[in-house]
Ligand binder design. Structure first.
Ligand code: PMP
Length: 319
């Protein structure tokens, strides 16, 4: 995969109730989320519009609904509604004078023990905090596709760690899998559950196309049912492509005509190879290419009007 140096973080951050210069937004070493992984996060994208100028957030309400669900699970009280979080995000983009594609990272976290709380791991009796950072980010996977390996790390069961929520501590599993894959020369890892069923990639959902039909593991499996996954299912329906939620194992991927990954960060990224086995012709197939084309239009406001409710315009005053 072509890896680019991450661009600089945007100058301003939202940090614990105020917009502050990013460099001043620090956290104490005793931060509970740092010590125990008790934080939750989201990844949201803002894109420049197809017709130029305007900036639009993609499915920002869906992201913040998932964020607040994740927060509830960890007893994190942000003190904000979805509408307020959207407004804070728009204001952050405005304060940064954002005019390019940007990735936003809201983080809700356990901060400090409240008076009278015994030190140790826990969720109650600990204060909560919210910070949002952003940085410019365009496409970072090559349109020509990537190579994946099957991870030796097993995806934990949701009964062990809440996989359906974006809990920071849970991402140790994803980080180990991604690191193992990259150390072996692959771009990403596909993780299986303890019965060998495909769950997801390190930060993306997995789709396989077989005889014109699109398959993806069920949302009830041990995976994060992504917002991009949901978008792809809707776009496939628009294009008349049959879809089904279906358990997949590694041989289903190897025998597929196409495999691709979906996620806010990576968009729709074709997988050309899984652990040394070429997928289809070993290059992006027609279904992935068509969906990627429609997705790219949709996120910039150039898609079907039925999907315009997924977009939130950000008014940026340019002095
Ligand atoms: N699975 C995992 C583990 C992820 O981290 C992500 C990225 N958020 C996804 C799937 C894709 O989710 P989404 O399409 O909502 O970004």
């Amino acid at each position: 995969m072509t890896t680019r140096a991450r661009p600089a973080i945007a100058a301003m951050a939202y940090h614990q109730g105020a917009f502050v210069p990013f460099a001043e937004a620090g956290l104490p070493l005793t931060t509970q989320a740092l010590q125990y992984g008790t934080g939750v996060f989201e990844g949201i994208r803002a894109h420049t519009c197809a017709d130029g100028g305007k900036l639009v957030l993609f499915r920002v309400r869906d992201h913040y609904e998932r964020f607040l669900r994740s927060c509830r699970l960890l007893r994190i009280e942000t003190g904000h509604t979805v509408d307020e979080l959207v407004e804070i995000t728009c204001e952050l983009l405005r304060r940064n004078g954002t005019t390019a594609d940007t990735y936003l990272r809201p983080l809700g976290y356990k901060l400090a023990l409240l008076p009278g709380t015994r030190p140790g791991v826990g969720l109650s009796g600990v204060s909560d905090a919210l910070s949002i950072t952003g940085f410019p980010m365009g496409a970072y996977t090559p349109p020509g596709g990537i190579r994946c390996t099957v991870s030796s790390w097993v995806r934990p069961r949701s009964a062990a760690i809440p996989i359906h929520a974006k809990v920071t501590g849970g991402y140790v599993n994803n980080a180990l899998a991604a690191d193992e894959a990259r150390a072996a020369g692959y771009d990403d890892a596909i993780l299986l559950d303890d019965r060998g069923r495909v769950c997801e990639a390190s930060t993306a959902n997995v789709f396989a196309a077989r005889s014109g039909r699109l398959l993806t593991p069920p949302a009830t499996a041990d995976l994060l049912p992504g917002i991009t996954r949901d978008t792809v299912l809707a776009l496939a329906a628009d294009l008349g492509i049959e879809t089904a939620e279906h358990e997949l194992d590694v041989s289903d991927l190897r025998c597929a005509d196409e495999v691709f990954l979906t996620g806010t960060g990576i968009g729709i990224t074709p997988v050309n190879e899984v652990s040394g086995h070429p997928i289809g012709a070993g290059e992006p197939g027609p279904i992935a290419r068509s969906l990627a084309h429609h997705y790219a239009r949709t996120i910039r406001g150039g898609g079907d009007v039925r999907h315009h409710h997924w977009l939130t315009s950000v008014r940026i005053d340019q002095g």
